[in-house]
Write a protein that binds this ligand. Structure first.
Ligand SMILES: Nc1ncnc2c1ncn2[C@@H]1O[C@H](COP(=O)(O)OP(=O)(O)OP(=O)(O)O)[C@@H](O)[C@H]1O
Length: 265
């Protein structure tokens, strides 16, 4: 049984979920991201690391067209999700963001009940026909986000009344309630204490059984703990990308080496 599971995981590891080719981003005249090409695998965690301002969040936002919402941002190049160009004019960015969900640095629940926070996406995307179906979706998402036990008796209480770590798990539940395929996380634990951080990291490890997870992090320890692949960015360039273990123990580029040994950043 165990061998079988290993085999299944090995078989899925090399499937490409997102393929980015020659992606450039300008904010007005500032060239923030330069010729980034990368294949992001399915059902594994990819970490983006690098010094402040190197373009990690900018690139993350390219993957679900969140940069569309920034007037100054201009994105060129190609990004495919399962072989489909996400920048094609026929793609509805709202539908895309249901498939490629996002969790932000600061937990940002809606000023609504816990239940409504999770039910919102499924409702606008018409995923439930009845209240019972919606209840089921909400419960499933809260369970997957490891929040059900803490939230089940207070579903009608405001989401903002939860602790920081619980709020972040609520935001993860909200993101996964629309059955996304990819989860983008921009420093999801940076506002949390060590215990809540450990819970989020454990959850990320769970989630990769189902999703492709991409996480921006400032913590190299966190990247080493949660990810299987790591991409190192520097001054808008993707300098090095590979197996996390290799990046941290045997980096090929001197800039990566300097960063992970604390000489730049
Ligand atoms: N909305 C924006 N408008 C103008 N410039 C921006 C905007 N967002 C980012 N930038 C610029 O683009 C560059 C890359 O920023 P980005 O936030 O992607 O880097 P980052 O690696 O995620 O940084 P950090 O680790 O500090 O969050 C920076 O020079 C930043 O000032």
């Amino acid at each position: 049984m165990n061998d079988m599971r290993l085999f299944e995981r090995a078989a899925t590891v090399d499937e490409v979920k997102i393929r980015a080719k020659d992606v450039n981003v300008h904010y007005g005249i500032a060239h923030a991201l330069k010729d980034v090409s990368v294949d992001i695998g399915d059902r594994l965690v990819t970490a983006f690391i690098g010094p402040s301002g190197c373009g990690k969040s900018t690139f993350l936002r390219c993957l679900n067209r969140m940069n569309d919402t920034i007037a100054a941002a201009r994105v060129t190049g190609a990004i495919e999700l399962d072989g489909q160009d996400i920048y094609d004019r026929r793609v509805d960015p709202v539908q895309l963001r249901a498939k490629v969900g996002m969790v932000f640095q600061k937990p940002n629940p809606f000023p609504k009940s816990i239940y409504e926070n999770v039910a919102y996406g499924p409702r606008i995307h018409g995923l439930a026909r009845t209240r019972a179906e919606l209840d089921e979706i909400v419960e499933k998402a809260l369970r997957r986000a490891a929040l059900w036990n803490e939230a089940k008796d207070r579903l009608q209480s405001p989401g903002t009344g939860l602790s920081g770590g619980q709020q972040q798990r609520l935001c993860i539940a909200r993101a996964i309630a629309t059955e996304p395929e990819v989860l983008l996380m921009d420093e999801p634990a940076s506002a949390l204490d060590p215990i809540a951080t450990a819970q989020i990291e454990e959850l990320i490890d769970e989630l990769r059984q189902t999703y492709s997870v991409v996480i921006v992090t400032h913590s190299m320890q966190q990247a080493a703990r949660v990810s299987q692949r790591t991409a190192f960015f520097h001054l808008g360039h993707l300098v090095e990308y590979g197996e996390t273990g290799d990046i941290f123990t045997n980096p090929r580029d001197p800039r990566t080496e300097s960063y992970i040994s604390g000489r730049i950043g």
